[in-house]
Design a protein around this ligand. Structure first.
Ligand code: AHM
Ligand code: MG
Length: 331
């Protein structure tokens, strides 16, 4: 018996028509899907072609770049430019803003291959993106948009074949890849209210270096939940979206070697933290930084700005926000 699932493009077309929107966004999303499929292909065959190692270069953050970081970045850049719909893009892999099409309507902020430590093992990584619209009425006021101004944000977990996207005020939806490499079967994602399935996800090796309030919250609460950590934000957040709980990447403030402190957090705001926070918000959750500020309200001052991140089910994020706000949190 043949069965045909709704594809992502069917879903999006219906959404755009229902809201009387143009097709420009569809064209942009088609380019992002093409990029994801191509990255998926290179990732699946990376071991065979010797593409799982280092490229020999350092990126803008001074981190070692993998060959697949470079390949994925080139792929995304190609398809975004080809869409003709992007005025500027921002990539984790490039220091400067990337000018694309002067008449483009959108800004795209992306991390083409997030969770690089998983690459040598061919384990899951993410392709994360956030989209904002340029000011169409008057002069463009810049590209440094807060997450609350994104119109969509999404992530592919590569090579698992899952794609999750949130559309502003229209929810967070998950799709799965089919035999023909189409993403199909929209499933609405809502963080579960029942704490029975909630999980915590963080790099426990750093726990002694977290601020006092965070350590205290962990001591009091962590035994209540399962613990899972993949080391790739897209994969870790993928689980939290289904099971509920909280992903934390706190500021590192108490390291004995001060050079290893990350008082601003590790994750990048525009193409990592704001992307997952936008999705989380559309799924009924919340996300804050080390000062308890909503991630979505932070307007970046530079392209590669970092932030701490507390992300997931509202009650847990609220609990930790209280700890972050108390005087006890002073380091
Ligand atoms: P990357 O952009 O260099 O891959 O770093 C981002 C990744 C996230 O995917 C993940 O949540 C985090 O870094 C893991 O960091 P750690 O290895 O310190 O646990
Ligand atoms: Mg990254």
């Amino acid at each position: 018996m043949l069965s045909f699932e709704i594809t992502f493009m069917d879903f999006l077309l219906e959404h755009q028509e229902r809201h009387g929107r143009t097709y420009h966004f569809l064209i942009l999303m088609n380019s992002i899907l093409n990029a994801a499929k191509r990255i998926q292909h290179y990732y699946l065959t990376g071991a065979l072609h010797g593409n799982l190692g280092l490229s020999g270069c350092l990126n803008v953050q001074g981190e070692r770049v993998m060959k697949l970081d470079e390949i994925a970045n080139a792929v995304v850049k190609h398809y975004l430019a080809r869409s003709g719909r992007v005025i500027y893009a921002v990539s984790e892999e490039e220091e400067d803003i990337i000018p694309m099409n002067a008449s483009g309507r959108y800004f795209v902020y992306y991390d083409p291959m997030d969770g690089s430590s998983n690459i040598p093992h061919n384990l899951p990584v993410g392709f994360l993106f956030g989209i904002a619209k340029r000011n169409l009425e008057g002069p463009e006021d810049g590209h440094l948009r807060a997450g609350q101004d994104y119109i969509a944000a999404g992530m592919f977990v590569i090579p698992t074949g899952t794609f999750t996207i949130a559309l502003k005020e229209a929810g967070c939806w998950r799709f799965n890849i089919d035999e023909t490499m189409n993403y199909v079967k929209p499933t609405r994602m809502k963080l579960p209210d029942d704490p029975k399935t909630w999980e915590l996800s963080f790099n426990s090796a750093h726990r002694d270096y977290f601020a006092n309030g965070v350590r205290e919250w962990l001591e009091e609460n962590e035994k209540k939940y399962q613990f899972r950590y993949l080391g790739a934000l897209a994969g870790d957040f993928h689980r939290i979206l289904t099971n509920g709980g909280m992903f934390l990447y706190p500021a590192i403030v108490n390291h004995p070697d001060p050079k290893k402190n990350y008082p601003q957090g590790k994750l990048r705001l525009m193409y990592e933290a704001a992307v997952v926070s936008f999705m989380c918000h559309e799924a009924g959750g919340e996300a804050v930084d080390e000062d308890g500020r909503p991630i979505l309200s932070i307007r970046p001052e530079n392209l590669h700005q970092r932030t701490a991140l507390y992300l997931g089910s509202k009650p847990l994020v609220e609990e930790i926000r209280e700890k972050l706000n108390t005087r006890k949190n002073i380091r």
